[in-house]
Design a protein around this ligand. Structure first.
Ligand SMILES: C[S@@+](CC[C@H](N)C(=O)[O-])C[C@H]1O[C@@H](n2cnc3c(N)ncnc32)[C@H](O)[C@@H]1O
Length: 115
């Protein structure tokens, strides 16, 4: 799938993405299960973590709430635009940031162009 079309696919999912129980993690039991799976894989907090493909920021905030310093990156602008709202739903004192990755320019060395 071409890069631009893939990001559009995810942008089209953005409005409903968090409705799925395994995405928005609004249910405490599901959220706790994700925390039990993911957090032991990380170094002890506070670690600097890049959440690649952060989407709407669910796991970014989960990791920040555990004391990590997390930067979320994603190529779908509409997904990323929803991420700051997640932080206000689940407050954390840890700084988080979200950025939209740019599409690589024609002739650039590869898909490692970041904003
Ligand atoms: C299944 S969603 C997961 C979102 C989030 N990590 C979560 O667990 O809720 C996949 C996300 O990865 C992003 N993504 C997929 N391939 C990507 C790529 N090559 N570069 C940047 N983002 C990508 C999509 O835009 C989408 O937001």
């Amino acid at each position: 799938m071409e890069v631009m079309r893939a990001s559009e696919f995810w942008d089209d999912q953005a409005a409903e993405f968090d409705e799925a129980p395994d995405h928005g993690l609004r249910d405490a039991a599901v959220r706790d299960a994700w925390a039990a799976f993911l957090l032991p894989l990380l170094p002890p907090p506070p670690a600097r973590v890049a959440d690649l493909g952060c989407g709407t920021g669910t796991l970014t905030v989960l990791m920040a709430r555990a004391g990590h310093l997390v930067s979320g990156l994603d190529f779908a602008p509409r997904m990323v635009a929803l991420a700051p709202g997640r932080r206000s739903q689940q407050p954390t004192t840890r700084p988080t940031s979200w950025s939209v990755m740019r599409r690589p320019r024609r002739g650039s060395p590869g898909p490692s162009t970041w904003c």
